[in-house]
Design a protein around this ligand. Structure first.
Ligand SMILES: C[S@@+](CC[C@H](N)C(=O)[O-])C[C@H]1O[C@@H](n2cnc3c(N)ncnc32)[C@H](O)[C@@H]1O
Length: 282
């Protein structure tokens, strides 16, 4: 069913503020005035689907009991921007590749990577393919083992990520050699092949609750196109927590421009204008 913004009930200033508060409080996401019509459309479509007529009544519902929680989890999927692509930021992947090559030369310890805010999995699988390639090309006698975790708040995005099935047009940024090597046709789509899926796991994790994550000692933490939706002070808190999860010598990759004027006593910036990455001192 398509509901245009004009058909949707009016979202008053106070209802807008109420929804802004709960979304920022629970997800950390800031919804400025420019996003008001997005919020109005999102909420009104969902309200119509389940029979609510006013925004505050629906708000009370999502705040109450188990049914409210289930509904909130549905709504998260609509409120979050899940745009993503395979190998979305080539300059950043190139830094990760160099980093992994060096790391393999220095140590045979298994590699551990984390894709934070992974959406439907393209970023996580890109990192897995890249890591598999670096390992295959290394001259080490025993291939090093590796594991990658993708985390996100959206259950629906994670369900899609776990399936690892993508339409052909989603593979456009994937090098043809990698397409042939790591994807198998499944009816009119493509699935990431089992050897890569075996190296990847997806978990539900709210960035506001990072301290609950057991992940530590990571060789790469990759967090792009997520922090832009958060206030500056929250971005700093999140990035500080991520930095504490790096192994000595580990790399933190952020989106260009997503952290400005930030430094950390244990990290130094990887030189280069085209990507934003930091290395943890040994
Ligand atoms: C635009 S996508 C970025 C996907 C991928 N990192 C990329 O760069 O292509 C942003 C993702 O962040 C997730 N997200 C938003 N708020 C979050 C939160 N509080 N905790 C965890 N994930 C969150 C969304 O569900 C969405 O999948």
């Amino acid at each position: 069913m398509v509901v245009s913004v004009n058909q949707a009930p009016e979202l008053s200033d106070s209802a807008f503020a109420t929804w802004q508060d709960i979304i920022e409080d629970r997800l950390g996401l800031q919804l400025p005035e420019q996003r008001r019509s997005f919020l109005k459309t999102c909420l009104s479509i969902r309200m119509r689907e389940i029979g609510f007529e006013d925004y505050l009544g629906y708000y009370e519902f999502v705040r109450s009991g188990d049914e409210g929680l289930i509904e909130w989890n549905q709504l998260i999927d609509r409120l979050t921007v899940q745009e993503t692509r395979f190998f979305r930021d080539p300059a950043a992947y190139s830094l990760v590749k160099d980093h992994l090559r060096r790391r393999i030369k220095d140590s045979q310890r298994p590699l551990s990577l984390w894709s934070v805010g992974c959406s439907t999995g393209e970023e996580t699988y890109s990192l897995a393919m890249l890591t598999a390639e670096v390992i295959q090309r290394s001259t080490e006698e025993q291939p090093i083992r590796f594991g990658i975790t993708g985390s996100d708040i959206s259950k629906q995005a994670l369900d899609r990520a776990r399936k690892g099935v993508y339409a052909a047009r989603r593979l456009e940024l994937v090098d043809t050699k990698l397409q042939n090597k790591y994807f198998v046709p499944v009816s009119d789509k493509f699935q990431v092949d089992q050897q890569i899926r075996d190296r990847v796991c997806f978990v539900r994790l709210n960035l506001l609750e990072l301290s609950r994550s057991p992940l530590r000692n990571l060789d790469v933490i990759y967090c792009q196109n997520v922090l832009i939706y958060f206030r500056k002070w929250r971005r700093k808190d999140i990035v500080m927590e991520l930095a504490s999860r790096l192994a000595p010598g580990g790399m933190l990759v952020l989106g260009l421009g997503e952290m400005v004027d930030w430094s950390h006593p244990d990290l130094y910036r990887v030189p280069g204008e085209r990507a934003l990455a930091y290395l943890k001192r040994n």
